[in-house]
Design a protein around this ligand. Structure first.
Ligand SMILES: C[S@@+](CC[C@H](N)C(=O)[O-])C[C@H]1O[C@@H](n2cnc3c(N)ncnc32)[C@H](O)[C@@H]1O
Length: 266
């Protein structure tokens, strides 16, 4: 869809084809709003912020300033986790999503698995406003607990034991942030900045996940271009993981690493 088509469908709550089968007559107020949307776009705001929502695995996810816009690559992570949990023979699942942002991952996973509950963790109060709202509008508000906490504290404080730990953490090396396209730079730096080499969060999450996962529990992490080798090394160095595997995204790039917590870990 063109930007104008996207703005009109968001403004009028209609589909693209309805724009052409029943061409709308805009009120003065709607004309002004459309101009305001185009003006924001010209100023570099992402289309999804202007429309106020995006789609993630077919679910409506509301977004705006202060929260990362879910990316299509991340749908691969959600899809694989759903597939893996559906077939692991357990009736119920309790998952931890680290850096939940808009809540797109727990919303999609919990919606697909009727006996699944999630803790959606984020350090950003702004992001959690969206995560809570997205859980509610998708009908899973009672099964997703949104927690405002720094992951570097949460793992040592919680007494929960999870069936799965998932995360799409910030993974862009700090020096690359200023080279990102203008609209990506409108998204919060705290959602993108993965430290000097982009691996800051993985160095903590991979060993920490073993402390909060049940034996045999699943870990699934998204990672950036060119980070596969380092991620595999981090899993190998930590030890205590079985069935390590890499999933590619729709563009054929290695994008997600998954593993199961080994029974050998005390
Ligand atoms: C790449 S975004 C992922 C958002 C969402 N899961 C998605 O896939 O669209 C990373 C998220 O981690 C959060 N975050 C950054 N540092 C954190 C920390 N120390 N503890 C918890 N969350 C953190 C950011 O606020 C951001 O929402």
């Amino acid at each position: 869809m063109t930007d104008e088509e996207l703005f009109l469908t968001a403004l009028l709550g209609c589909t693209r084809s309805e724009l052409y089968t029943h061409p709308p007559t805009l009120t003065e107020e709607q004309k002004l709003e459309l101009e305001r949307m185009k003006w924001r776009r010209a100023a570099g705001d992402p289309v999804q912020y202007i429309c106020g929502f995006t789609e993630f695995l077919g679910h409506r996810i509301e977004v705006g300033t202060g929260v990362l816009i879910p990316r299509p690559e991340t749908e691969v992570l959600a899809d694989e986790v759903i597939r893996e949990l559906k077939t692991d023979g357990q009736g119920e699942h309790f998952i931890l999503d680290i850096g939940t942002g808009s809540g797109c991952l727990p919303v999609a996973i919990v919606k697909a698995l009727p006996n699944c509950r999630a803790v959606a963790l984020d350090i950003s109060a702004e992001a959690l406003v969206f995560a809570r709202r997205n859980a509610i509008i998708n009908g899973v508000g009672s099964r997703i607990e949104c927690v405002k906490r720094d992951v570097f504290w949460f793992v040592d404080e919680t007494s929960h034991r999870f069936d799965a730990v998932i995360s799409n953490p910030p993974y862009i090396p700090t020096f690359m942030l200023e080279r990102l396209p203008e609209d990506v730079r409108k998204e919060p730096a705290s959602a993108l900045d993965g430290g000097p080499d982009g691996l800051h969060f993985y160095r903590y999450i991979i060993p920490a996940a073993q402390r909060v996962l049940k034996t045999g529990g699943l870990i699934a992490l998204e990672f950036g271009d060119g980070q596969r080798k380092e991620l595999e090394n981090l899993f190998a160095q930590t030890g205590g993981w079985d069935k390590i595997r890499i999933i590619k995204d729709n563009a054929g790039k290695s994008r997600v690493i998954m593993a199961r917590r080994s029974a050998a870990v005390s």
